[in-house]
Ligand binder design. Sequence first.
Ligand code: MG
Length: 242
Amino acid sequence: MAHLFFDLDRTLWHHEGNHRIFFEELHADLGWNSYGTSAQFAQCYLAINDRLWDHIQNHNLGVEYVRARRFALLFSEMGVDKGSPKSLRERTKDCESRLKKRLPDLGQGYDGAADALEELRQGGHQLHLITNGVSEPQERKVAALGLSQFFTVSMTSDRAGAYKPSPEIFTAALREAGAHPQESWMIGDSLLRDVLGGQGVGMRTAWFHAEDAIDPDAQAIPDLEFRHWRTFADLLNRAIGQ
Ligand SMILES: [Mg+2]
């Protein structure tokens, strides 16, 4: 039996796919046709959001920093008519509140992930989450994916007061799960945050390298690498048996 700690965004929850759906709805609701397509809005937003998230993760700042800036930057980059400073503030607040209400309830995931988790659970492994994010929306994403029943411990950066790859968030999760690093795996899409972070506290690591993944964010050598969830349970069980 092993303790398996999974990342959420871009590992189980399809970050880009769910944002594309959200921006299709927002684009139609707010009549942004003259400024660009919903796909262009989504792409521009994702780049801005990733940049701001890198900043708060590198400086251990709260998510409010991102929320206060991302839509104003999006309007600016897409050339959306911003109006007066007061109306700009109101419109960005409206977009933030629409995002908060809707995005975490979208449940596009990755083929085969639920089956892999089921197989691993039946194989006697304990499943947990370690995710950089705020607890409430992260829980809703897991529920939208239909995966809530799988996880015992859900550790968020919000609760730990530290982001991956800081050791604090991993040790908080291990402590809560009653798990030793030697019997634990970190599974995620980020070489920097999941693989190097997990290795930093002595966990073994698996790197999810999806076909439509963003570029690798670091150089690292995980214990195993997989591109499709349908191959994961076998690869992991073989690696544990070695
Ligand atoms: Mg991730």
